[in-house]
Design a protein around this ligand. Structure first.
Ligand SMILES: Cc1cc2nc3c(=O)[nH]c(=O)nc-3n(C[C@H](O)[C@H](O)[C@H](O)COP(=O)(O)OP(=O)(O)OC[C@H]3O[C@@H](n4cnc5c(N)ncnc54)[C@H](O)[C@@H]3O)c2cc1C
Length: 398
């Protein structure tokens, strides 16, 4: 039996999910005087402990700075003007900055982005409900949508003008778009990644993406003393299958000797397994509900695009909502799908391409390996190809 709402609240934009997308949307709306409430299923501590993205595009950093979130980013973020591709025992550097007319990427952990957003939301006195259970959107195709949820054992109702579903891939928002008007495009890759955070300096100042017959490797970092590594692993693997000794041994075998010689082994702090997939759901809106971030799409992390796409969705959506409240202009709301999806598909293409270029596909034989090597050779030998890579890696315009 449904409980009658014990407590009723009102806001302008009801946001489901307090990950980077939901927090940033709430922050940008607040700066323009548009009220919102965030309903987050987890505790704040849980949200803050998730270790995921690390590479921010130039446009993401510019947006965070313009939104007053740049202080710690500029102090602690590691500015990378290049990225390295390793294959066939050699390493080739792609000079992102020179090839894109001055654009770079910044290594700054998602945990820090989330902390910065929480601090900003706290200082603004934002309304956030953590451990909101059974959040359900209602009447999204009317002018008076609302959300119901349970909190501390009581039933609540949040009336709003619009709903933003920023609740990640397993959230509720997308499921509320009728399947008759929803198209889902999905590609699952036949491998996953074992991610290891280790208390040792990274082997190089810049990221190294390595392609090897034993599988892909990404050498990344969180700081000058904390390394972040990812290794291609079997889909069924668990972190227990990767004790530290096996991990360091396998890592070194897959790297060119000039790189493996610089790897410093150390204790792992965290290990996780991620299956790789590409997924886009269309449309990203239904009536007065809009999907942003992982709620609408997932990319394999190879291209480091997921968080950056969450930021670009939120930019388009916040601009549209602000224009609506300032000028009664609905153009942005009507074009949100087109604008966001156009950028999403370009990032989906790049992430898919980099994944297929760098990983070992065990069941696809020698022809594929030869073509893969030819493509890598071409990429690092052609200024045109490197420019196209660099342009996508630093992020297409927002
Ligand atoms: C290993 C790995 C490496 C990555 N590396 C990068 C990288 O280098 N660069 C990059 O740009 N991206 C990267 N990503 C992707 C990035 O982490 C995500 O794209 C990003 O977290 C998306 O943010 P989001 O706010 O849309 O979703 P999420 O971070 O998933 O947040 C959604 C929130 O909604 C909450 N929620 C879910 N369901 C409900 C519900 N029913 N009710 C209420 N709340 C709910 C969740 O608890 C969560 O807090 C990586 C991802 C992984 C896994």
């Amino acid at each position: 039996m449904t409980k009658a709402p014990a407590h009723r609240m009102k806001t302008t934009v009801g946001i489901i999910g307090g990950g980077p997308a939901g927090l940033l949307l709430s922050h940008l709306l607040d700066r323009a005087g548009v009220d919102s409430v965030i309903l987050e299923r987890q505790t704040r501590a849980y949200v803050l402990s998730r270790i995921r993205a690390g590479v921010l595009e130039q446009g993401t950093c510019d947006l965070l700075r313009a939104a007053g979130l740049g202080d710690r980013l500029d102090q602690e973020g590691l500015r990378h003007s290049g990225v390295n591709l390793a294959f066939q025992g050699k390493v080739a550097r792609i000079d992102l900055e020179a090839l894109t007319g001055g654009k770079v990427v910044t290594v700054y952990g998602q945990t820090k982005v989330t902390e910065d957003l929480y601090n900003a939301r706290d200082s603004a006195g934002a309304r956030m409900v953590h451990e909101a259970k059974d959040v359900q959107p209602h009447d999204i195709e009317t002018e008076a949508p609302y959300l119901t949820f349970e909190h501390e054992g009581l039933a609540h109702r949040l009336d709003c003008d619009f709903i933003a579903s920023c609740d990640g891939h397993h959230g509720i928002g997308r499921q509320m778009i009728p399947s008759s008007s929803r198209n889902e495009f999905e590609l699952r890759y036949p491998f996953g990644w074992i991610g290891v955070l280790a208390k040792t300096p990274p082997p190089n100042e810049e990221l190294i993406y390595a392609s090897h017959q034993r599988g892909f490797v990404l050498c990344s970092m969180r700081s000058e003393t904390i390394s972040r590594y990812y290794l291609q692993a079997a889909l069924q693997d668990t972190p227990e299958d990767w004790p530290d000794d096996r991990f360091w041994d396998e890592l070194k075998q897959r790297l060119p000797s000039e790189v493996s010689a610089t790897v410093i082994e150390g204790p792992s702090i965290e290990k996780s397994i991620t299956p790789l997939r590409s997924f886009v759901s269309e449309p990203l809106s239904n009536g007065r509900m809009f999907l942003a971030g992982d709620a609408g799409h997932i990319v394999p992390p190879t291209g480091a695009k997921g968080l950056n796409l969450a930021v670009s969705d939120v930019k388009y959506l916040s601009d549209a909502l602000i224009a609506y409240y300032r000028h009664g202009d609905e153009t942005g709301l009507k074009s949100y799908d087109r604008l966001a999806l156009s950028r999403v598909w370009k990032a989906a293409r790049f992430s898919w391409h980099l994944t297929t270029l760098m990983h070992h596909f065990p069941d696809e034989g020698a022809f594929r390996e030869k073509v893969q090597k030819a493509e890598l050779d071409y990429l690092v030998g052609s200024k045109a190809a490197m420019t196209a890579f660099a342009e996508n890696y630093v992020g297409l315009p927002l």
